[in-house]
Design a protein around this ligand. Structure first.
Ligand SMILES: C[S@@+](CC[C@H](N)C(=O)[O-])C[C@H]1O[C@@H](n2cnc3c(N)ncnc32)[C@H](O)[C@@H]1O
Length: 224
């Protein structure tokens, strides 16, 4: 089901996400939902939320959950860093999945990449202590960048990634593996640390949300 977004300053309109009695798993850039809807079908007691900014993919995810009668899989059409920073409950997610995030291979676009100190701070805040980030990519250079990001952050420890069979591959993964491309996977676990509040993000005026307009934030987003 699509979580309606009418006010991005309010908690997401999906009570199941805040039900602390049920585990929460989140997928960033969930695409059409192949992976997450499969997990939701296999784990009816867990709540799943996909974050995806492309409308067509959100609609396909939604159709899939309706066709399969999944009441525990939700998708929200929002930007991932913003959603992690402001809209998810603190220390509740058991697992966060980031599979095949856009690698932004050109140097001048590196600032658009998801992984960096800001995302790791928001990620740590949303994961339960001991919760996991599962990551996979076909892009070797970006894989090492992400490894370096986590290595520089003492709030995470590297662990073995979960093995996934073909029925748990994402859409892009199915395509890349079909082309024989090497896949790089890793996982990290969150550790106890100082739980300081997240400072407000400084959003440049041109990126301030306007009614009916969705924009990717510019490279200049930073914490105050
Ligand atoms: C390369 S695709 C991979 C899709 C899916 N994870 C898979 O493996 O099949 C990256 C996806 O992440 C979404 N995406 C990229 N950056 C995002 C962001 N900052 N917030 C939300 N979605 C994002 C894109 O729209 C796209 O659907």
């Amino acid at each position: 089901m699509v979580i309606p977004v009418t006010d991005i300053t309010k908690p997401l309109a999906c009570p199941a996400i805040y039900d602390l009695a049920r585990p929460l798993e989140v997928e960033v850039g969930c695409g059409k939902g192949r992976f997450l809807t499969g997990r939701a079908a296999a784990n009816p007691d867990c709540v799943f939320i996909g974050i995806e900014r492309m409308l067509g993919r959100v609609r396909t995810f939604d159709s899939k959950t309706r066709r399969l009668g999944l009441v525990n899989a939700h998708v929200v059409r929002l930007e991932a860093l913003y959603t992690f920073w402001y809209l998810l409950p603190a220390h509740h997610a058991r697992t966060v999945y980031v599979f095949f995030p856009d690698p932004w291979p050109k140097r001048k676009h590196h600032s658009h990449r998801l992984f960096g100190p800001l995302f790791l701070s928001a990620l740590w805040k949303r994961l339960e202590i001991g919760g996991r980030l599962e990551f996979a990519t076909d892009h070797e250079e970006y894989f090492h960048v992400v490894e370096d990001c986590f290595a520089a952050d003492a709030r995470f420890a590297r662990v073995a990634p979960r093995e996934r069979g073909p029925d748990e591959w994402t859409e892009f993964e199915t395509m890349f593996r079909g082309q024989g491309l090497p896949i790089h996977a890793a996982a990290w676990q969150s550790l106890p640390a100082d739980d300081a509040p997240l400072a407000p993000l400084a959003i440049p005026p041109e990126d301030e949300p306007r009614e009916g307009v969705f924009r990717r934030p510019s490279r200049r987003i930073e914490a105050d």
